[in-house]
Design a protein around this ligand. Structure first.
Ligand code: F6R
Length: 260
């Protein structure tokens, strides 16, 4: 794992965007795994800027999103379909047919999930997966005790996640308790992972995932087995890491050829 601690979410998102851009420039038909929520918003803004100002070309890119709420239509104001359109897809040149997000309205969940996995395989597998992390250590919506070998399937959100995400469901919009999510096994097969975390609310989950024991109680800890994961976090999210000084020193002394 590479742990990069930077002063602000802006700087962290810029480095993450550079990693994504490098991946796309190196392999124009890259397959990206994408996350939603508050955390990747600045990363997506930076990718849009790179598309507009630096010609970053998404025309051959394929995307697979991690998750979607069960019962929400793609047009629903809080669906992850809508989030992706508004925060990324409407502003870059990725062809619509190349974008994939789990269907929250599917009538046959097991068959749909099997098909989603098959589509990922058929596309050649995910080259770079963007992740946020829940305060309970979930990645995707793989809540504590999710099998570390799990594949795309339906999950029930924990009370903690429901309460963390209640902010997205204003007024009388009902918050779904169920989601379709890629599994930990699915995520672990991606060739590169960029996990972002900002704010002190994420500090405990970050420390437990990076430095704690590998356990399904802390699903992100499975990434300790992943050969190419970059954990890019701001200072508040790093404040429970025992080895934070070491990570800062390593990053500050990276040789030129290793810079992101
Ligand atoms: C979203 C996802 C979740 C979020 C996590 C953090 O697609 O898979 O794991 O990344 O819940 O959410 P935020 O970024 O809103 O704190």
């Amino acid at each position: 794992m590479e742990i990069i601690v930077l002063p602000t979410p802006e700087e962290s998102s810029r480095i993450a965007a550079r990693l994504v851009a490098k991946q796309i420039r190196h392999k124009p038909h890259s397959v990206l795994g994408l996350a939603t929520g508050s955390t990747p918003l600045m990363l997506y803004r930076e990718l849009i800027r790179m598309h507009r100002e630096e010609g970053l070309d998404f025309s051959r890119v394929t995307t697979f999103n991690l998750d979607e709420y069960v019962g929400l239509s793609p047009e629903h104001s809080t669906s992850y379909h809508r989030y992706m359109q508004e925060n990324l897809f409407d502003h870059i040149n990725v062809p619509e047919k190349n974008t994939h997000i789990p269907d929250g309205l599917t009538e046959d969940i097991p068959i749909f999930c099997e098909g989603y996995e098959a589509q990922i395989q058929a596309s050649g597998g995910i080259d770079l997966q963007v992740l946020g992390i829940g305060t309970d250590g979930h990645v995707g919506f793989n809540e504590p005790t999710s099998s570390l070998a799990s594949r795309t399937r339906i999950k029930t959100l924990t009370r903690q996640t429901l309460s963390d995400n209640a902010r997205f469901f204003a007024g009388d919009v009902e918050q779904p308790h169920h989601v379709l999510t890629m599994g930990i096994g699915t995520i672990m097969e991606s060739r590169q992972v960029v996990l972002l975390a900002f704010g002190s609310g994420k500090a405990e989950a970050v420390a437990a995932s990076v430095e704690g024991p590998i356990s399904s109680m802390m699903p992100a800890s499975a990434l300790q087995f992943h050969p190419r994961t970059h954990v890019i976090i701001d200072e508040p999210a790093a404040n429970k890491l025992a080895k934070a000084d070491y990570y800062r020193w390593v990053y500050g002394n990276k040789p030129d050829w290793q810079q992101h």
